[in-house]
Design a protein around this ligand. Structure first.
Ligand code: BT5
Length: 327
């Protein structure tokens, strides 16, 4: 079945808001036979959608599956272009790998790759990212910003603001941003961001942004290695979250903030970033590829560089590091 047609049928039934729509009406609208509509409905049922059939009057949507499939996201979308192309499979190695291939093949800005489970999810520097089936948001978003490659790390900060706002809107819980790429709740990681590039020396061709969010995990869903450092939105909010609705809200803010960033730079977003940050004002240890620096995080520059005041009073700009809080 063509994914877009399936999405359109679901969208139509959601918009009908409980009123039945007949098979004939759907067939006329989509230009296919009633038998073809019936086949689509059967296939949708196999995917976890359910319908009541009201005699002679048609179908009413009565249940949707707990998935992040393209139909569920499409119904919730409020964007101009982000999420209008969705590549969805139940299981993928890593959404990043697939999104890189798509970007190379010319996928447009706002294309997303999303799945229920990753078998080889990854973090920065090829660390493992645990992606429990059906519990989280494991997604990559393709951007095509007209920026020089050295500005790309700022995209991580912009995304962190967008994600914080989306999570707050949908769950009522507001995470804190740990520079550069983590969102924490009560000191535990609920979200990681992975910003990767396809670039020429002076020009970005694509940013492939990986977003991993622990959404409906129970404590027991976390493996031994991360059970003490990870949390989920369900654990902290006490509520089961509609992941597709959260994806749609994330795309809404990513579209707005990335456009603002490309037009005006990071500076107008900086104060919002700072208000969500748990890094600024703390004494931290920053481990870069070459060195370890300890000091007080006093701010970020208008370019998103972390400023660390070392114990001898000098100020060190940190471009990329892993940070931990120091006592
Ligand atoms: C990150 O790396 O935090 C970026 C994670 C990006 C994941 C997304 S999912 C969709 C897309 N496709 C991918 O393959 N990746 C992206 P980093 O800062 O390096 O943190 C990695 C560390 O976080 C690991 O070494 C673990 O300690 C910890 N970790 C692993 N899985 C976790 C989880 N589910 N929740 C919390 N922490 C986790």
């Amino acid at each position: 079945m063509k994914a877009t047609l399936k999405n359109e049928i679901i969208k139509r039934l959601v918009e009908a808001d409980g009123k039945p729509i007949s098979g004939q009406q759907l067939a006329d609208e989509f230009g296919i036979s009633r038998t073809a509509i019936w086949k689509h409905m059967k296939q949708l049922q196999e995917k976890g959608y359910d319908f009541e059939t009201v005699k002679k009057r048609g179908y009413i949507l009565t249940a949707t599956p707990d998935t992040v499939d393209d139909a569920k996201i499409t119904v919730a979308l409020e964007t101009e272009k982000f999420g209008h192309r969705i590549i969805y499979e139940e299981s993928m190695t890593s959404t990043q790998t697939i999104a890189h291939n798509q970007a190379q093949d010319g996928a447009s800005e706002g294309t997303i790759v999303i799945c229920e489970e990753q078998t080889a999810g990854r973090g920065r520097m090829m660390r493992e990212w645990k992606s429990t089936k059906g519990k989280g948001i494991w997604m990559s978003v393709i951007f095509r910003p007209e920026i020089p490659p050295y500005e790309a790390p700022q995209f991580t900060l912009v995304a962190a603001v967008a994600l914080t706002k989306a999570i707050d809107d949908v769950t009522g819980v507001r995470p804190e941003i740990k520079w550069p790429n983590d969102l924490l709740i009560q000191g535990k990681k609920c979200t990681g961001i992975l910003t990767e590039l396809q670039a020429d020396p002076d020009r970005v061709n694509a940013i492939i942004m990986g977003i991993g969010i622990n959404v409906n995990h129970e404590q027991a869903d976390f493996d031994e290695e991360i059970k003490d450092i990870a949390t989920s939105l369900k654990i902290v909010s006490g509520k089961h979250i509609d992941r597709a609705a959260l994806v749609a809200r994330i795309l809404y803010y990513l579209e707005i903030y990335s456009a603002q960033y490309v037009k005006e730079g990071f500076e107008p977003i900086k104060s919002e970033w700072e208000s969500y940050s748990c890094t600024i004002g703390s004494r931290i240890r920053a481990t870069t590829l070459q060195d370890v620096f300890i000091g007080k995080a006093i701010g970020i520059t208008k370019d998103g560089v972390l400023e660390l005041q070392l114990d001898d009073g000098t100020i060190k700009g940190i471009y990329s590091a892993d940070i931990t809080l120091e006592k």
